[in-house]
Every structure is written in structure tokens, then in C-alpha cells.
Unconditional design. Sequence first.
Length: 76
Amino acid sequence: MEEHRNGESEFTSRYKIERLVYYEAFQYVNDAIHRETVLKGWKRARKIELIESLNPGWIDLSAEFGKMVRYQEPGV
């Protein structure tokens, strides 16, 4: 997270990304890769709707990122 915040990542430095406003946790990396592929196919407006449905204030979630999260099977 610190590398992203400091612009050490090419993507984050190019787009001036400073906050983590949305993330999902997965038990298996293949599930995460599939979900990322799905999200990349969405238009920007739909991505914004997803963020605002869970984080309407666009609060920086980086302090919470990496803490233990309870895994829940999709659809449960």
C-alpha cells in the first residue's frame, strides 16, 4: 500500500491514485483473477455504482486492507 501511495507503481503514479476505496478478499487466487477479469469488462459507471454501494463516502480503506477478513462463499 505504501508503494502505491508513494507513486512507486507505474499505474498509480500515472493515474494519481491515492486511496483504496474498494477491494474484495478471496480464498483462492484463481477466483480473484476471474473476478478482476469480470470487473475490467464493466463500464466505469457500473464500477462507480459498485464502489458507492459499499463505500458511499469513498473513504480510504487502506488501513483495513490486509487485516483478517471473514471469507464467505459467493451466493451464501
